[in-house]
Unconditional design. Structure first.
Length: 377
């Protein structure tokens, strides 16, 4: 009995060392510790938790803790992640967002449901379906009182716009947002909303945030992918020579880093103020509150080749009165900013984030954005 058991353990180990099985079939996390039947995939512990809620279509077993029959191992040998991918991801639209293990729960759960439960990408899939116009109500955080109110949103692929209306019978939209200026990112923690989605767009060269959610996870993820689809179609027309890969890279993105730091004003004795910082590509924005509609200020991060530098800084009493001691100085060609972080690891993490941006040479488009920043009052 124990001989058979050992043999089975070895067989499983051989299976999961096959290249296509070394990463979770659903999120790409390394070293999956679970398998799902009858899907025949190896998945990570987080995704196995999601599969457990789909008991009609997936039964999960631990590779190490469960007892394995030879027939089950045989089954996995004939299936595995590469076979499943060919079936369940046969037709994922190019704009469609495939989450990684770093993404939030709602994105990962809906990806798994759309693959195996709704079979959206099996066979012909939904890849040829254009959203055209997507219309529906979403809860939007009010700018001043912070309450979430139901608002009608209309996304039009043809116009390349997202509009919202404060009243269902309103003739004019409250805002018309061009899809190519939008970034959408899920923010469940910051918004304290399981299905919270932040839409950021540029208006008059300033960043504007709106915070949305829908109680149904499928619906909010559908909005997210509809925005990506509209952006994709828009850019296909705007940049006819660009490849799919180049376009997809310019759809929605996660922020590089967010969190609190203190900053001083431009004058030496301005004192430190605690602010919420968001680093979005080359834009460093700071807010009084993480859910503010407008940034108090924005700093452009160029490249180290043209005068942008970052380094750790010892904060002394001559710098005013900071609560926190782990300093960072960030220099642009025009001025030096002084920030302070609560912990050493936050300081390191911010410096790392800044360096990851300024070590990249700037594109032509980014030179234009830099010039717009310089023209600001
Ligand atoms: Zn996973």
């Amino acid at each position: 009995m124990s001989g058979e058991h050992d043999w089975n353990k070895t067989s499983i180990r051989n299976l999961i060392t096959k290249e296509w099985n070394t990463k979770c079939a659903d999120c790409g996390a390394p070293d999956p510790g679970w398998a799902s039947f009858p899907l025949g995939v190896f998945i990570c512990v987080d995704c196995s938790g999601i599969h457990r809620n789909l008991s009609e279509i997936s039964k999960v077993r631990s590779l190490t803790m469960d007892h394995w029959e030879e027939t089950q191992i045989q089954f996995l040998e004939n299936h595995g992640n590469d076979v499943a991918k060919k079936i369940y991801e046969a037709n994922v639209p190019v704009y469609y967002y495939k989450p990684t293990h770093k993404d939030c729960h709602v994105l990962r759960e809906q990806w798994i449901r759309s693959k195996y439960e709704r079979k959206e990408f099996v066979g012909k899939g939904i890849s040829n379906i254009s959203y055209g116009v997507k219309k529906g109500n979403l809860f939007k955080k009010g700018r001043d009182n912070g309450q979430y109110l139901s608002r009608l949103f209309i996304l039009s692929e043809m116009d390349g716009t997202l509009k919202y209306f404060t009243r269902p019978d309103a003739k004019e939209p409250k805002a018309v947002i061009k899809v190519d200026s939008i970034n959408a990112s899920f923010q469940p923690e910051k918004m304290k909303q399981f299905n919270g989605l932040q839409i950021t767009y540029i208006k008059d060269n300033r960043t504007r945030n709106i915070f949305l959610y829908h109680s149904d996870g499928q619906e909010i993820v559908s909005w997210f992918n509809a925005i990506r689809s509209a952006q994709y179609r828009y850019m296909q027309v705007a940049f006819p020579t660009a490849s799919d890969n180049e376009i997809v890279r310019r759809l929605t993105r996660n922020f590089i880093k967010e969190g609190y730091m203190e900053k001083t004003g431009p004058k030496l004795n301005d004192g430190f103020k605690k602010r919420w910082f968001t680093l979005d590509n080359r834009r460093l924005m700071y807010f009084k509150d993480p859910l503010d509609a407008f940034a108090k200020g924005e700093v452009f991060l160029g490249s180290s080749e043209n005068g942008y530098h970052v380094m750790a800084e010892t904060i002394s009493s001559s710098h005013g009165n900071p609560m926190w001691n782990y300093g960072i100085s960030f220099s642009t060609p025009e001025r030096t900013y002084l920030f302070s972080c609560e912990t050493e690891s936050e300081q390191e993490s911010w410096i790392h984030a800044f360096k990851s941006v300024i070590s990249q040479p700037m594109t032509l488009r980014e030179y234009t954005i830099e010039a717009q920043f310089k023209r600001r009052p």
